[in-house]
Design a protein around this ligand. Structure first.
Ligand SMILES: [Zn+2]
Length: 339
């Protein structure tokens, strides 16, 4: 691919859109939906540059013309980004931001043949803000297109969905992801690719320290599970006293989930697909007792814990319940240690 393009995979969805952008036939509103960090925002910016690039049209924007350069730097007035206001603690996009956007798009584009507005994530729009935006989506200003980005399409208003052309992004295959990560000289490319569930942005974050942090959490978790119920209670209390207890718990949940997932892979004779490929003995010991019934029960409990956390119930009690249930399910296998 060309200069400044970091989009991986998604060719089937994106190539026809880029073709439309080159020939000036873009729809006025697209909804890019798919898992977090899979490349939706990168693709939205690529689309904006393709539609606005002033160079001889190749398959991708040139990356060299003034428009491309300014858009890559985020300083071109015809690429408008609407994101949650960092001043709002709720992480939402307010009606004042949408009113300002509407004021801007009523003016003619600055100099590009096509102006793009990216709203990411569109599910962060407050209801009043979403309603204000709807009127603009109904009667879009000339030469202006919207790309709405979300990983939570089910939370969007039907009226927003009905005005958009939906583009579904899918996980990138390991076959594409591993060489891409290796080329960036990130360590443990295979494990990172698997752990990211095919989302390149998440894979990069794992490569830049996330995997090390996750492995530390894994050691903590295995150590806690090497103990008994009182040890679990102590660990839960300690975790609940930390500064960001909720984030800590979510990380524990995520790591436990990957371990349970690996026991299922092991049970299905898919040892080549393990996330914790560096710990085959531990996974074998866990699979010996968890596969198939216990793995299913633990997965239900993990999902339940995550849902309850979103409504802010007592987090410490949730950790205790989850870890105690894990201990019970593991039985003697809870004594398995990391290699
Ligand atoms: Zn260009």
């Amino acid at each position: 691919m060309s200069v400044g393009i970091e989009l991986l995979g998604q060719t089937a969805h994106i190539a026809p859109l880029l073709e439309r952008a080159r020939s000036g036939r873009l729809h006025h509103c697209y909804l890019f939906e798919g898992p977090p960090s899979v490349g939706k925002h990168t693709a939205a910016e690529l689309l904006a540059r393709t539609a606005a690039c002033t160079a001889e049209r190749g398959p991708f924007p040139c990356g060299q013309c003034l428009t491309c350069k300014q858009m890559l730097k985020g300083i071109h007035p015809d690429l408008i980004q609407v994101v949650p206001d960092p001043k709002r603690k709720s992480g939402t996009i307010g009606v004042d931001q949408v009113r300002e956007l509407i004021r801007q798009v009523r003016l003619r584009p600055y100099n590009a043949s096509w102006r793009t507005v990216i709203v990411d994530p569109v599910d962060a729009l407050m209801p009043q803000a979403a309603n204000a935006l709807l009127k603009t989506l109904e009667e879009p200003p000339p030469d202006t297109g919207f790309v709405l980005v979300t990983s939570r399409v089910s939370s969007l208003l039907a009226t927003v969905l009905s005005r958009s052309q939906r583009v579904r992004f899918t996980a990138v295959s390991e076959k594409e992801l591993v060489p891409w990560l290796s080329a960036k000289e990130l360590p443990d490319a295979q494990r990172i690719a698997r752990l990211s569930l095919g989302c390149p942005g998440a894979a990069i974050a794992l490569g830049e320290g996330g995997l090390v942090a996750m492995d530390e959490v894994r050691s903590e978790l295995i150590q806690v599970l090497n103990g008994d119920i009182p040890a679990v209670i102590d660990a839960s209390e300690a975790l609940s006293r930390t500064k960001d207890a909720k984030a800590g718990l979510l990380l524990w949940l995520a790591v436990l989930e990957t371990l349970v997932r690996d026991t299922v892979m092991w049970g299905c004779d898919r040892q080549d697909g393990l996330i914790h490929s560096d710990q085959p003995k531990l996974i074998a010991a866990w699979a010996g007792v968890l596969w198939p019934g216990g793995a299913g029960r633990l997965q239900v409990l993990i999902d339940q814990t995550r849902r309850r956390m979103s409504v802010n119930v007592n987090n410490r009690l949730l950790v205790e319940t989850l870890l105690s249930a894990t201990l019970r399910e593991l039985g003697p296998a809870s004594r398995a240690r990391l290699q």
